[in-house]
Structure formats: structure tokens, C-alpha cells
Design a protein around this ligand. Structure first.
Ligand code: SAM
Ligand code: SF4
Length: 493
């Protein structure tokens, strides 16, 4: 996640991958701009022709910046697909684009603020005829208010309306400067004919949209709407196509991915879907995130045990170690019930790594509550943790809670929590020295012979190898060194 208080999650990359690069597609549709014509004197004419030159050079290009989680990353891949299929070309900087899109995150205040600061920066460019659009959670949260705060924005579209994006873009292209897609009342999951994927080996697939839980701190049910699951046959069809295109790893996504409820008559269970995806020829690894503890069941563990292609990693956010706080958060489970789920996972025949999310400083959280969370870390010994200071969000029940904790105190609690997790990771990583892991190689360092990749348990391992073409391959790597945040190794013979 961008701009959040990431804890000790650096050896894992949940939510850290960003969109990069652009595909070279031919320039197509022209964009009509609102400032065309109207110059009345020589100076203005010169300025206008300069602007025309800029517009001409930029025509049909888009810049897309993504904030937030993998679901946003994947939504952006789909948005890029829609634009490319309309003839746009993706560029690397907003300055070189005629269409600037921000796919936004509002999970914490800082992330939402960042978007407004971006909009401020590019507001000044409006005279050059650029079209600016706000997509995603801030779009949904703020709606038409965005037009008031940033009148140079022309398109505001929440994620639940992405299936309408082609029509909305057509309106923008036709010169409409107040285009919105803010419906959340849709049972359509977003499927586009073209998705421009950023990673050539690992593909994201959203299998469930929205959220029907009602955690009192969380804006997601408001911004992403109610839960909608994608048909199992449509998922499997896409996985098959992905495998044919050379993807060997797929990651199934959802805010509560394990609440998946197949809308078709086949009523495929989540664990059955995992096994069916793994069975597709060419698929070597299947991941899924994020799991909600209340819907985490034994059959998922059994599936991981039965099928080695299912990665041995479960991201199971706990949020707090105190039942009292969990109740106030409306998390639907107690500390004890959560620990039963952990015992279920630990009971697997394969060692399964477990990672989590924790919020500190929720209204009313006492020192004793914090101690219970710290104690939970000792009990579970997570492989990684993403930790956040509580951030009050609009449209959430906890916004009206009064027992507020100061930002300074939240920072102190976060630091204590992260220090505890650092100790746990230091100890865990040191026991891995000498072990050998299979990696999918996904990175090449600028330093010679240095590569990186992920283990099945989702650790990032940096390693050395004399080979020259390893990207996208599976290799065995022996761990030779460890720090709290990373593992290093060398390719095993
Ligand atoms: N659906 C997932 C679940 O149930 O755990 C979480 C999705 S949310 C996008 C990712 C994480 O952001 C949450 O697990 C939570 O720790 C954190 N988060 C959500 N709302 C927050 C808030 N208002 N303040 C701080 N952290 C928050
Ligand atoms: Fe937000 Fe809770 Fe839904 Fe996760 S389960 S997206 S934290 S409301």
C-alpha cells in the first residue's frame, strides 16, 4: 500500500506492486478540449497556436497513476486495457499526456489527501486542454464534490462503475466536462475485453468485488459497494487464457476473497475454485488475498494441503488482539475465535506462512488492549505484519466515537508494535539460513548477477546467479543471509 505506515512487511510485497511502463499501441481517438478557439489578438493567437501544438503532440495519450491496494492496481490494468483498445497510448508522465487519470485510495486520510495534492499540481495545466479524471475510492467517496474542489476535473468514476467506463470516456471525448459514474448498485463485476497486465508472469484476477462486512472504521463498503462474486466459469475461462499467454502464477483478489459465493448454478465453493484454478494446465502457483477470519474454513487449509500449487501463505488480518476492541470495530470474531483459525492453519501438513494487518489507536483502545495485541504477536508469530494508525474516515460508524487517541500516542503505539514484530522476524529469518526455496524470478538488479523473486510463502528473496536469462523462471535458491526485513541467497545447483 502506498503512503501507509507499513510495518515489518518489507520481505512480503502484499499491496506494494505498482503500475509501471506503457504499451505501445497506435494513437487513435482525438480529444476535444473545452478551450478550443476564442483567441482575439495576436498574442492570444500565438498562445493558442502553441497550445494547439501541445494538444496535437499529446493527442490520444494517457497517464495513469495508481494509489492503494492490489485491487486498485488490477483495476488500473483494466482501465489501461480499455484505453488502449480505444486507441490511446500510455505515457510515463502527466506532462506528456492528454488524459490524466488518478486511480485513488481513501482507506486512510493520507492516501486521500495525496490525490488532492496531485490534482492541485495539475490544475495549473488545465489551460493546455488536458483532461483529468479521478477514479476509484476517493471518486466514490467525494462524488461531484470533486468538481467543486478541482473544477478542472472532467471525469469522476467509482470502481463499481468501471464496466461503464467506455461510455463515460466516449462522453469525455465528445467534450462533456462533467462526467460521473458513481453507481454502486450494480451486480456486474468488471470484465474488460482487454486488460493490460503489468507483470508478464503473475496475473491478478478479481473474483469478488465490494464488501458486505461492516467494520466500523472502514470506508470500503461505502466506496466499493456491496459484495458481488464473479461466475466461476468466467474465472476459469480467464485463467485458461492467462495460462495460454504464459502466466504461471495467478492471484485471486477480493476485499474478503474467501467470502466468494459462486453466482452460477454450480455453486462452486471457494476452496473448490482454488483447486480448479490450480488444475488449469500451465498454472504453477495460485495465491489469494485478503481472507476474512470469520469466513476462513478448514476446507481451505485442506485444499492447500492437497495441492502444492496453492501457495503456502495466508493473509489473515486480525486488526487487534483485544476482543473488546474487535467488538467496537465490528469485526465479527473474538480474539479466541481468531486464534482457533490460526490453530487450524498451523494444523496443516505444510508449513503455511501467516501475515496480518493491525490498526493501533482505535478510539477507546487502552494500554491493556495494546498489551493484548502485543501478546497476540508473541502467540501467533506472524511472518509479516502491515500496521496502521487508526484514521477516521467519512461515512464510517467509528467517526462518531469520542474516545479519541492523539496522533502522537498512536505513533508511539505503532512504534512499539513494529519493534515487537521486528524481533519476531529477526528470529524467524535467522532460522531460514541454509534452507532452499523455489522462487519465481521476477526482478533483475542493476548489480551484476543479482536477481530477486518470491517464494511460495510469499517472501522476497534476493539472490545471486551466474545465469543470464532468469526472469519468469522457477529456480531453487539457498538462503545465505537474513535481516529482519529481507532474505538473501544464491542459486542452488
Ligand atoms: N478486507 C480486508 C480485511 O478485512 O481485513 C482489509 C482491506 S483494507 C483495504 C486493508 C487494511 O487497511 C485493513 O486490514 C486495515 O488494517 C486497514 N484500514 C482500513 N481502514 C482503516 C482506517 N480507517 N484506519 C487505519 N487503517 C485502516
Ligand atoms: Fe473493510 Fe472490514 Fe470489509 Fe475488510 S472486511 S473491506 S476491513 S469492511
Amino acid at each position: 500500500m502506498l503512503n501507509c505506515e507499513l510495518g515489518m512487511g518489507k520481505t512480503f510485497d502484499i499491496g506494494l506492486e505498482r503500475l509501471t511502463g506503457g504499451s505501445e499501441f497506435s494513437i487513435g481517438s482525438a480529444i476535444t478540449t473545452k478551450n478550443e478557439g476564442g483567441a482575439t489578438n495576436a498574442g492570444a493567437r500565438a498562445e493558442a497556436s502553441e497550445l494547439d501544438a501541445i494538444r496535437g503532440a499529446l493527442r490520444g495519450t494517457f497517464f495513469l497513476e495508481t494509489f492503494g491496494c492490489q485491487m486498485n492496481d488490477h483495476d488500473s490494468e483494466k482501465v489501461a486495457g480499455v484505453l488502449l483498445s480505444r486507441g490511446y497510448r500510455q505515457v510515463e508522465s502527466p506532462e506528456s499526456a492528454s488524459l490524466i487519470l488518478y486511480n485513488t485510495c481513501s482507506i486512510r486520510e493520507k492516501a486521500a489527501q495525496k490525490v488532492f495534492s496531485r490534482l492541485g499540481e495539475f490544475g495549473v495545466k488545465r489551460d493546455e486542454g488536458r483532461i483529468i479524471g479521478v477514479l476509484g475510492c476517493v471518486a466514490q467517496q467525494e462524488g461531484e464534490e470533486i468538481f467543486k474542489r478541482a473544477p478542472w476535473v472532467s471525469l469522476v468514476c467509482g470502481s463499481a462503475s468501471y464496466s461503464k467506463l467506455p461510455e463515460l470516456l466516449a462522453q469525455v471525448e465528445a467534450g462533456n466536462r462533467r462526467v460521473t459514474g458513481l453507481d454502486t448498485d450494480t451486480d456486474q463485476t468488471f470484465e474488460t475485453p482487454v486488460t493490460r497486465r503489468d507483470n508478464p508472469w503473475r496475473a491478478y484476477l478479481t473474483i469478488i468485488e465490494g464488501c458486505d462486512k461492516a467494520c466500523s472504521y472502514c470506508v470500503v463498503p461505502y466506496t466499493r459497494g456491496p459484495e458481488r462474486s464473479r461466475a466461476s466459469d468466467s474465472i476459469l475461462r480467464e485463467v485458461r487464457q492467462l495460462a495460454e499467454l504464459g502466466y504461471s502464477e495467478v492471484q485471486l483478489l477480493g476485499q474478503t476473497v474467501n467470502s466468494y459465493a459462486d453466482p452460477t448454478a454450480r455453486k462452486v465453493k471457494f476452496s473448490e475454485l482454488l483447486l480448479a484454478v490450480a488444475d488449469e494446465p500451465g498454472i504453477r502457483r495460485v495465491r489469494f488475498t485478503t481472507s476474512h477470519p470469520s469466513d476462513f474454513t478448514q476446507d481451505i487449509v485442506d485444499a492447500i494441503d492437497a495441492q502444492p500449487k496453492l501457495c503456502n501463505h495466508v493473509h489473515l488480518p486480525v486488526q487487534s488482539g483485544s476482543t473488546r476492541v474487535l467488538r467496537a470495530m465490528q469485526r465479527t470474531y473474538s480474539r479466541e475465535e481468531y486464534l482457533e483459525k490460526i490453530a487450524m492453519i498451523r494444523g496443516a501438513k505444510r508449513a503455511i506462512s501467516i501475515t496480518t494487518d493491525i490498526i493501533v489507536g482505535f478510539p477507546g483502545e487502552t494500554e491493556e488492549d495494546l498489551r493484548e495485541t502485543l501478546n497476540l504477536l508473541d502467540v501467533v508469530r506472524y511472518d509479516a505484519m502491515f500496521s496502521f494508525k487508526y484514521s477516521p474516515r467519512p461515512h464510517t460508524p467509528s467517526l462518531s466515537m469520542t474516545d479519541i487517541i492523539s496522533d502522537e500516542e498512536k505513533s508511539r503505539r505503532l512504534a512499539v508494535l513494529q519493534e515487537k514484530q521486528r524481533e519476531i522476524q529477526t528470529a524467524k529469518h535467522s532460522t531460514m539460513v541454509g534452507e532452499t526455496f523455489e522462487l519465481l524470478v521476477s526482478g533483475k538488479s542493476r548489480r551484476e548477477n543479482q536477481w530477486s523473486g518470491h517464494t511460495s510463502c510469499h517472501r522476497v528473496l534476493n539472490f545471486s546467479s551466474q545465469e543470464t536469462a532468469l526472469l519468469g523462471k522457477y529456480v531453487q535458491v539457498r538462503v545465505t543471509g537474513a535481516t529482519p526485513n529481507s532474505l538473501a541467497g544464491e542459486q542452488a545447483p
